[in-house]
Design a protein. Structure first.
Length: 365
């Protein structure tokens, strides 16, 4: 039976930074494109390679479905080849997101971030792919709430009959590895209890009330997988738009006000998530501030037409200025909370070593 559905897979990894953590060397991007074109020619419908900061992002369409061993192996082999290039050029942190030498065909728990969805193409299929650097999966919680549950952001929830019944949010508990689904607007207040704790609870996917996939994010948390600090998670997010789903403008609107996210320098600080063009995705000030890009594609028979660099719009200039002002303010706090993450979120940094060294010096008050 011919599979009429198309699968969109976005898989990312940091396998070497070009001058610290700021970017990816052009030869690594060339190697990624070469691998997908040569090794994926009989497997992929289309592909696109880009980067945000020091992360390589592989955008692929195919007919293999989600969690395909063939697709994951292709991505893994691509990252390995890019790692070899990184090592030859002595790039910083070469291969750091690849947590195992033994790959068994599935990316889960192996380091790279993954967002995948399978669906029937509509008569028009606009897609926005968000890619962030220097932050974690919880960075999507606030924008996804606003896009799919806040009528002050998304007027379609009020005036579009196809959206009026709301959406279902699938939320993951990253600590206990469990999930729960909330129907909105009916369970909105219950949902917000969890989304506000974005270091632990993250939105994995969003569906219409009829069960159609609307959005999916990567939820990999690097520190928990590696058992040590190896870099921030740098998540990706896929959102389908229009025709019963939020309009492209509604999907972008939450980023006009840069919210605070965890990450930035050494993955240990809060800072504003700044929406930028792909060319501006070069986080250098204190290895930041955290960045997000938005690549728009029109999908047609599995082909990726685009991208449109959506945050290159001058309408986001004020958001960037606000982010820079917030960064200026919060940087003055140095190693003090709330700029630095609280201690319970720093278990994979130097904290355990310092506590071990000083354990004999603590006395009862």
């Amino acid at each position: 039976m011919i599979n009429s559905k198309i699968t969109l897979s976005v898989i990312k990894a940091d396998v070497g930074g070009f001058v610290g953590h700021g970017s990816v060397h052009p030869k690594m991007l060339e190697k990624a494109e070469e691998m997908l074109e040569e090794k994926g020619k009989d497997l992929l419908v289309d592909c696109f390679v880009t980067n945000v900061g020091d992360d390589i992002n592989l955008i692929m369409t195919h007919k293999e479905g989600i969690n395909s061993g063939k697709i994951h192996t292709l991505a893994w082999d691509t990252f390995l080849s890019c790692t070899e290039v990184a090592k030859s050029l002595k790039m910083y942190g070469a291969g750091q997101d690849l947590l195992s030498d033994a790959f068994a065909g599935n990316m889960k728990g192996m380091g790279p971030g993954i967002a995948e969805m399978e669906f029937e193409e509509r008569p028009s299929e606009p897609i926005v792919i968000f890619m962030a650097d220097k932050t974690e999966p919880g960075a999507w919680n606030l924008p996804l709430y606003k896009i799919f549950a806040d009528p002050f952001n998304t007027i379609g929830l009020v005036i579009d009959p196809k959206m009026h019944s709301g959406f279902r949010f699938e939320v993951f508990d990253l600590i206990k590895d469990k999930k729960v689904t909330f129907a909105c607007p009916e369970e909105l207040y219950d949902l917000l209890i969890f989304l506000g704790a974005s270091n632990r609870y993250v939105v994995k996917s969003i569906y219409t009330k009829e069960g159609e996939i609307a959005a999916v994010s990567s939820t990999q948390k690097m520190n928990q997988m590696a058992g040590r600090y190896v870099g921030k998670d740098d998540p990706v997010l896929i959102v389908r738009c229009q025709s019963g789903l939020p309009a492209v403008g509604e999907v972008l609107e939450p980023f006009a006000n840069p919210h605070l996210v965890a990450g930035w320098m050494r993955g240990s600080h809060y800072g504003p998530l700044m929406p930028v063009s792909q060319k501006q995705a070069l986080p250098t000030r204190f290895d930041g501030p955290p960045r997000v890009i938005a690549m728009g594609f029109q999908l047609a028979n599995g082909k990726l037409h685009g991208p449109q660099d959506l945050f290159a719009d001058v309408a986001f200039d004020m958001a960037r200025q606000k982010a820079l002002k917030v960064a200026d303010y919060i940087r003055q706090m140095g190693p003090f909370e709330p700029h630095r993450l609280p201690l319970d979120e720093m278990e994979y940094t130097t904290l355990p070593g310092v506590m071990e060294k000083l354990k004999g010096r603590f006395e009862q008050c």
